[in-house]
Ligand binder design. Sequence first.
Ligand code: GDP
Ligand code: IMO
Ligand code: MG
Length: 423
Amino acid sequence: MNKTLIVLGTQWGDEGKGKITHFLSDRADYVVRFQGGDNAGHTIRFQNKTHKLHLLPSGVFNPETKNILGNGMVINPKKFLEEIDSLKEEYHNNVFISDRAHVLFDYHRLLDGLNEEKLGAGKIGTTKRGIGPAYADKAARTGIRFADFIAPHFPKLFSKTLSEVSQRLASHGLEIDGAALMEEYLGVAERIKPFVIDSVGELNEALASGKKILFEGAQGTLLDIDFGTYPYVTSSNCSAGGAATGSGIAPNKISEVLGVVKAYGTRVGEGAFVTEIKDGIAECIREKGNEYGTSTGRPRRIGWFDGVAVSYSRMVSGLTGLAVTLLDVLSGLETVKICTAYELRGKIIHTIPASIRDFEDCKPLYEELPGWMEDISQAKSFSDLPANAQNYIERIEKITGVPVVMISVGPDQTQTIMRKNIF
Ligand code: GDP
Ligand code: IMO
Ligand code: MG
């Protein structure tokens, strides 16, 4: 059986990665988040309780599994402690932060809000969690890693940072109280210290000794900073490559990539959405699927299944299997549609164009399939599904070229059909 598996989003996020990761996590020795920060919102349901996670990996509810916030993440330490404190103590002992991960400070959130304000109508629609500014500092080499956050030299380093940040904020007419921030963050660092480890060393040793590692993506391929619908993207690599750079496990050690895909499409925030549904069906799917953001509560935009986007995701992430989620939400529709190609100014294309102007001009070409009326939320195997639902899954496999190895028919852990054991 495979020792490593990446679970990642193949659309615009919120595909149900948290549910799938939690489902598989009892088979893993480690679950590693490799990118993003608390812009993520992962909802997990088991034993009649719903849990919402933002920073903590979705294996946290398994006492036997170690959960690592990897080096590729930008982590708000205050939010991390809040999330830890909100969980029962039995879930705390197995969470660790990479010493190479970057600290996301309050001023990053402030700057995120200011950047969005400045963009006005052209805003990205970020979660305002400070993600872009924190990654910008990392790339500019002005960020602070957790190794330095918890070290005795942190005050000196942070003073320098604070004086630069004060200047930046002064240009917006804002002031920060440097002394108060210093004191507050020294306290936070003290509490964070026991969680910080050399994750790169530990993960590589674990793999060498035969342990199993599950990599948990946040966001989705179309929000990837390189492969997504730039500039309407997040600031990290949510596709498979990010699992290697964001954990320190070499790419040739990772072979399986499970793409999580909603049976339809959703998007939160701005940016073109080729298969967006503009009529009452969108409202119907939104209510049935409870399509409101886990982090921000914003209503999610709804669309038909975009086969072009998911095929593109297969290409850039080397997907070896798909987990189709929220299939139950489509019950009750006369017909369902799958987008199989785009028309761009009279030309048929099968990929995501690099320029956002081109992407905005793409029109969907659909295949229509008969829907199904039955409630499928209690289905336990593929053969329990109505013929038209089976047919829909088989069309997804054919169009994307990836086998559907898991199907989710409800938010609960028990509402999961496993077609092939992949991990
Ligand atoms: P993530 O960000 O990819 O982890 O996804 P979210 O948790 O943000 O959004 C997925 C939503 O769908 C959550 O509210 C889940 O509880 C819910 N969910 C996951 N799988 C299913 C499913 O198969 N059916 C239904 N009805 N809801 C699901
Ligand atoms: P999970 O992990 C859906 C979107 C935002 C915005 C863009 C940039 O739950 O799937 P950011 O705050 O990252 O700078 O925002 O990305 N976005 C998400 N959309 N699910 C997420 O995470 C998202 N994280 C960010 O709405 O369009
Ligand atoms: Mg989410």
